[in-house]
Design a protein around this ligand. Structure first.
Ligand code: GLU
Length: 500
């Protein structure tokens, strides 16, 4: 494969936001292009106006930007094969459909919806499925069954579609990079519509023409398109063109439920499905995406890349550049892959970086007018980073290094509200007060010998943190220092006294 010839496209239809599967298709196209020094193109396939959803296009552009996988060419980026929106290319499709008609690869069909419905019902009654194919097309209302004159008249008076004429009795060999060789019997194919009655090309025709004219070398797309690929190959041949290479990606399956992840079953999933937030046009309801929920784009991309592709190295945490270097279509799995939100969270945790957490925490303390040294902030981050999966979780795991607990865990507080606790705390306070070296090592040594050690530790935790959670209590004591620790213990004593 020549290093400079690779051209791939991500070709979403603007029917709503991207979901995980669509996003992964974009990513694999991007990784493949970059690996081979090629071109990544964004084409918007908007011929089906009935399914058009406003803002989908800007959503797609924003999502790709957030993931740092921006197209080299395409909608929003321009390029030598403009326009990249199919709705602006109707004249081109018309030209090629005429070619197909002239060469006898396509024909006009005048059957009305009612005619076809009737046929479907008749077939159904015999337990059969009706399909417009080579076996029955000669009994239907199309240009193959009429004279030139009849056709001429019909074209002027009736609405029509144009269908592809499948040549029966052939064994079509095709190759998929992921699935290997596939042989299709053309007897099983139906005469798909290429041009609808409104004069607009269908996806099958439009994308075949565009892939050829835009010099696409590899079509990397979802598995749902595999059954149509034989038709696409026949279309290329009919137009005298060489088909590109194909790679059909496995489905992403829902681990906790049934079936594949798609736009249609988002409600039944208990995890986000969209990369960035989506505002439903009709209701204006906002559905948060991975971005809003605190996932880092580099973690999101890393997780998605490994969902169905084996990088062939032991490490799973990989940067975008590493993903590019390792990427190969041959290592994509054939079978469906399960999406696991826990694993997504793990990826996020592994991608957390201290600088970003620092900026976040710095803002949190600024908001509360707390001033503290940079070193102290860095130490806090160092001590608590293992406890978080998301940057925004840092505050709930570290607030006690900056502020007094605003309340005490009620259950435990009620249990310890008696005189005995006060005297235990008073004694412990004296021990702390008399320490010369207020370090975690010395504190640990000192309290190892105390009786009721476990309870004292819990009381310290309640006084300093407010809940029975947090990092090692001796380290918290050292971080807060003698004076602050004692003040917090005194406050707890006061609160207990108030209660009893
Ligand atoms: N417009 C199609 C879709 O949104 C793209 C299929 C293809 O990549 O050929 O699924």
């Amino acid at each position: 494969m020549s290093q400079h010839s690779v051209r791939v496209r991500f070709a979403p239809s603007p029917t709503g936001p991207l979901h995980l599967g669509g996003m992964r298709t974009a990513l694999y196209n991007y990784l493949f292009a970059k690996k081979h020094g090629g071109t990544f193109i964004l084409r918007i396939e908007d011929t089906d106006r009935k399914r058009f959803v406003e803002n989908s296009e800007s959503y797609i552009l924003e999502t790709l930007k957030w993931c740092h996988i921006e197209p080299d060419e395409g909608v929003g980026y321009g390029g030598p094969y403009s326009p990249y929106s199919q709705s602006k290319r109707y004249h081109i499709y018309r030209m090629y459909i005429n070619k197909l008609l002239k060469k006898g690869y396509a024909y006009y069909a005048f059957d009305t919806d009612q005619d076809l419905d009737k046929k479907r019902k008749e077939y159904n009654n015999y337990g059969l499925t009706f399909s417009y194919n080579s076996r029955i097309r000669m009994n239907l209302n199309n240009s193959l069954t009429m004279t030139e004159k009849e056709l001429h008249d019909k074209l002027r008076s009736c609405s029509y579609v144009i269908r592809f004429k499948i040549e029966p009795g052939k064994k079509l060999k095709m190759h998929d990079i992921i699935r290997g060789n596939i042989i299709i019997d053309t007897d099983h194919l139906d005469d798909k519509i290429l041009l609808k009655s409104d004069g607009v090309a269908t996806y099958h025709l439009a994308h075949t023409i565009d892939d050829h004219l835009m010099k696409i070398t590899h079509v990397i797309r979802g598995e749902e398109w595999l059954p149509s690929t034989s038709l696409h190959i026949l279309l290329y041949r009919a137009l005298g063109w060489t088909p590109p290479h194909f790679a059909h990606l496995p489905l992403i399956l829902n681990k906790n439920g049934k079936g594949k992840i798609s736009k249609r079953n988002t409600n039944s999933l208990n995890y986000p499905i969209y990369p960035i937030q989506w505002k439903i046009p009709k209701t204006q309801i906002i559905i948060p995406g991975y971005r809003e929920l605190g996932y880092l784009p580099e973690a999101f991309v890393n997780m998605l890349a490994l969902l169905g592709w084996n990088p062939g190295v032991e490490r799973e945490i990989l940067s975008l550049q590493e993903l590019i270097n390792l990427f190969s279509l041959e290592k994509i799995k054939k079978s469906g892959v399960y999406f696991d939100i826990q694993k997504a969270n793990w990826f996020n945790k592994k991608h957390l970086n201290k600088e970003k957490i620092f900026s976040f925490l710095f803002e949190e303390i600024k908001k509360r007018s707390i001033s503290c040294k940079k070193d102290y902030l860095c130490k806090v981050i160092h001590l608590t980073i293992d406890r978080i999966h998301f940057i925004h979780e840092i505050w709930e795991h570290s607030f006690y290094f900056f502020i007094y607990p605003s309340s005490y865990e009620a259950n435990f507080f009620n249990k310890i509200c008696h005189e005995n606790t006060i005297s235990q705390l008073e004694n412990a306070k004296i021990l702390l007060y008399n320490m010369n070296q207020f370090t975690s090592v010395h504190l640990r040594l000192l309290f190892q010998k105390t009786k009721n050690k476990h309870k004292i530790m819990q009381l310290f935790r309640l006084a300093l943190v407010g809940v029975l959670k947090g990092i090692d209590i001796f380290i918290i004591l050292e971080m807060l220092g003698k004076e602050e620790s004692i003040q917090r213990i005194e406050k707890l004593i006061y609160k207990i006294k108030e209660k009893i």
